[in-house]
Design a protein around this ligand. Sequence first.
Ligand code: LLP
Length: 412
Amino acid sequence: MSFERRDGRLYAEDVPLEDLAARFGTPLYVYSRAAIESAWQAYAAAFAEREHLICYAVKANGNLAVLATLARLGSGFDIVSQGELERVLAAGGDPARTVFSGVGKGEAEMARALEVGILAFNVESEGELHRLDAVARRLGQRAPVSLRVNPDVDAETHPYISTGLRENKFGIDIARAEAVYREAVTLPGIRVTGVDFHIGSQLTRIAPLAEALERTLGLVDRLAAAGIPLAHIDVGGGLGIRYRDEDPPAPAALAEALAPALAGRPQRLLLEPGRALVGDAGVLLTRVEYLKHDHRDFAIVDAGMNDLLRPALYDAWQAIEPVRERRGRSRCYDVVGPVCESADFLGRGRELAIAPGDVLAVRSAGAYGFVMSSQYNARRRAAEVLVDGGRAELVRARESWEDLWRGERIPG
Ligand code: LLP
């Protein structure tokens, strides 16, 4: 474990979190390099027996230091925008190991991805296929394409992060996919290379993934029979982590469950994990400003929904712990932020022994934390720190006041 308690104090690797709060201020995101590396290694080890590529989903945490850590391990990347592509390049990531997902790719984004030579576009509609064909031809290229199919399986997760049902906007209905492939191979700007699905996030059961794979392999076989062989199969991301009492499968269990269906197939396997690689590798530190005892007990802290949106958006539960234990009476607190919204909470009904000035750690904040933050209420975005053993480095400075209005102007 990279965030452990010793003598009542919570550490990131060998650095007390309390010291980081004092040195860098709060709210503060803290990531553990060792945790990121060991999560990635666990994935790589699980799939070592077959040719594979881990394409880390940049959307989970796009900090350059995080991306560089993964790039050094040989990771690939899954991006959903040109901005994420530019981040990967800036961090030293390899475009030839990068796949481009997302339902709304713009022409300029396609052109840039072709220019730098990405591994594949995960194409999500026929409209996108035709646009990509045109852009590639204009550039005298053939765009490598895998169609993202929608396998119509229930991922059994929160509806906002479920993506593999027919009614979701993602992918091409698997029933129509063969026809789209048949057309794709006739387009001069397109080179068909693979197939892709992603059914949802924070998955705690493997069965829906295995079902999606079965359906997709049926398609792969029909395509092979039609003379359209594929070079890779991309099973997306989605493995969950334990926020509270979930029991998500380990990467090894996923590998084991998918192995029989994949046995003997020549395709390279692509994976797009995000949360499973970085979720547990980060915490959000926040300081208690006030305790307010009214109809309920409120702990008002200096991080809000603008810093960590998951509780407000999905009613997500993330553990909240003092970084230094204190003796004394505990109470059941709603831990709320300073933002003027009733949804501005980090956790509700939490038993805590705390006093104003104490620092709290919100656990499992390495994924979908900082990346979903905003400046709402004119709040500067938090700083980010990466810990490596006994060293802590600022990897993103806290925003300045001027950052709040950068690019704005008052008409003369
Ligand atoms: N691939 C694609 C095409 C995706 O859309 C996603 C996530 C991933 C991979 C990575 O999924 P992961 O391994 O991280 O589950 N903001 C939400 C999660 C949204 C996930 C969106 N897509 C949350 O905070 O729970």
